[in-house]
Design a protein around this ligand. Structure first.
Ligand SMILES: Nc1ncnc2c1ncn2[C@@H]1O[C@H](COP(=O)(O)OP(=O)(O)OP(=O)(O)O)[C@@H](O)[C@H]1O
Ligand SMILES: [Mg+2]
Length: 241
């Protein structure tokens, strides 16, 4: 069975619009991400990509249009429900990692589990599993200032995955890494998303990044102007029976 459509749509935006100070930033954006589907979002600087991710992650609200997560309209949720969604269902990875500088790798990964009230022993187990999975187990006690960019991004990915989210939002996750490290991070993102059937919506300026995605969407001036299936037949063959 195709894991992408097994349980239908995960994120559905319909005619989503957003302005800042009367300047339209998003103009009737309609897009859908299915469970386990990996989608790249490309477009020039200022076209509204980060703004869209902020709406999808529930940290900003649209002016109009509909935004559903697992069939539930975000605007109809209470702010507590939206906060719960942000903590459990959606993970985010950023260009500049955003690790807490005074905490070790392990402590950073533990933060979302603490917020969820996961008991200590279970937290420890999950953190070591996640650091293992992302290839930074031996850096568990290192502070961000002692890590390379690639290591920091691995820790940030581990942290984003800690609550076992159904959707991973990534905003230029390789934008601050050299190309070899960036390639490895893309491979990691693809493998963890595949293993956990986590959907991915990834903003990127790197055309190579689309190789880990099923679909590529183009955004321009706040609108989706193009969509294409990613030309990676061998990956599709793995996904599709
Ligand atoms: N909080 C805000 N207040 C006012 N204007 C904003 C705000 N956030 C974004 N904008 C404006 O909205 C437009 C789109 O910004 P956005 O960050 O979504 O672009 P982007 O596609 O992510 O660009 P980049 O590739 O440079 O990251 C820009 O013109 C930006 O200046
Ligand atoms: Mg941006």
């Amino acid at each position: 069975m195709d894991s992408r459509t097994e349980n239908g749509p995960l994120l559905e935006a319909e005619d989503l619009s957003k302005s800042y100070a009367d300047v339209p930033i998003l103009d009737r954006v309609t897009l859908r991400v299915d469970r386990g589907e990996r989608v790249a979002l490309m477009g020039p600087s200022g076209s509204g990509k980060t703004t869209f991710l902020n709406l999808a992650g529930g940290i900003d609200t649209p002016d109009s249009g509909s935004l559903r997560f697992e069939g539930r309209e975000l605007s109809e949720m209470t702010s507590d429900e939206r906060a719960g969604l942000r903590r459990t269902a959606v993970g985010t990875v950023f260009q500049f990692f955003h690790l807490l500088p005074t905490m070790t790798a392990a402590e950073n990964v533990e933060v979302p589990l603490r917020l969820l009230g996961v008991p200590r022993a279970e937290r420890r187990r999950r953190v070591s599993e996640l650091l293992d999975e992302t290839g930074v187990a031996r850096r568990a006690d290192a502070l961000p200032s002692e890590m390379s960019g690639g290591e920091m991004q691995r820790v940030a990915i581990a942290r984003a995955l800690a609550p076992a989210p159904r959707l991973l939002l990534a905003d230029e996750p390789t934008g601050n890494l050299d190309s070899v490290t960036g390639e490895r991070i893309l491979d990691l993102i693809e493998s963890v998303c595949r293993r956990h059937n986590t959907a991915l919506l990834m903003v990127t300026h790197n055309p190579d990044a689309t190789r880990v995605c099923h679909r590529v969407l183009q955004m321009r001036d706040g609108r989706i102007t193009g969509a294409s299936e990613s030309a990676t037949p061998e990956r599709d063959a793995e996904d599709r029976p």
